[in-house]
Design a binder for this molecule. Structure first.
Ligand code: B12
Length: 210
């Protein structure tokens, strides 16, 4: 597998080329799926930079999103577990005012492969809806995704909503996405943060087992 070629195809919005390479990953048994997705993500970073520099426009961002979603669909079967172990239920969503969901969908695929039944509340989800769902379904693990800088505020508002509902000690909250860091996690008041979906799965499995 040529990770540089995958990165370049994503950055240059070469859809056909990228789909062919993702299919090759599958034809070769799918073992390289994580490296292939990492390369796509690196390519996406360049898409973002080209957008900032004025070379790409919002239409290109939309197209880039569609291409990565299609690429993920091709390799998704290689992410799936055998479905035999059920670890428990959890909530995942993109927080209020943020419409980005490609990263969230990758995290969801990995969590499902790790045995979780994921209640995916979608994008632009207000804190109240997350709290209500956790209450109604008795959910103890919440994963919040966000890509915009302002997502940090929405994540904090979500943690605060759990506090206001008197439920903060009943749930474990993990936050992730491009603007999330250790410092941001502390500001938000979350229990954990991660960039890699793999770490997300490990952390959540640990919580589910305790
Ligand atoms: C594609 C894209 C879009 C698409 C989104 C399509 C979709 N269905 O998601 C569209 C066109 C809709 C879009 C819209 C906008 N976008 Co946009 N977009 C992007 C772009 C190019 C890629 C994002 C992406 O999908 N990355 C790939 C995924 C796989 O990476 P990821 O999201 O980081 O997820 C990974 C990790 O973070 C982690 N992860 C993700 N979630 C979680 C959750 C947990 C719990 C954990 C542990 C881990 C985790 O795992 C994932 C896999 O490894 C980025 C640039 C960039 N480099 O990120 C800009 C970017 C995010 N967008 C930006 C902007 C400005 C906008 C708009 C305001 C543009 C506009 N003028 O209208 C709007 C905002 C709309 C809104 N309110 O949300 C800026 C944000 C600036 C900022 N710092 O706030 C960026 C950074 C571009 C830039 N450089 O200027 N965008």
């Amino acid at each position: 597998m040529d990770t540089k070629a995958i990165l370049d195809a994503m950055a240059d919005l070469e859809e056909d080329e990228l789909m062919e390479m993702m299919q090759e990953v599958m034809d070769n048994g799918g073992a390289d799926v994580n490296d292939a997705l990492d390369a796509c993500q690196e390519g996406m970073k360049i898409v973002g930079e080209r957008f900032e520099e004025g070379e790409y426009f919002v239409g290109d961002l939309i197209y880039a999103g569609e291409i990565l979603t299609a690429a993920m669909e091709i390799v998704k079967p290689a992410l799936s577990g055998d479905g035999s172990q059920s670890v428990g239920k959890m909530i995942l969503c993109t927080v209020k005012d943020d419409l980005h969901d490609i990263g969230k969908n990758i995290v969801r695929a990995m969590l499902e492969a790790g045995g979780f039944e994921v209640i995916d509340l979608g994008i632009d989800v207000p804190p109240e809806k997350i709290v209500e769902t956790a209450k109604a379904e008795g959910i103890k693990i919440i994963a919040l995704s966000g890509v915009l800088t302002l997502a940090i505020d929405s994540m904090k508002a979500t943690v605060d909503a759990f506090k206001a509902a008197g439920m903060r000690d009943d749930v474990k909250i993990i936050v992730g996405g491009a603007p999330v860091s250790e410092a941001a996690c502390a500001t938000i008041g979350a229990d954990e943060w991660a960039y890699s979906p793999k770490k997300t799965v490990t952390v959540c499995q640990g919580w589910a087992a305790s």
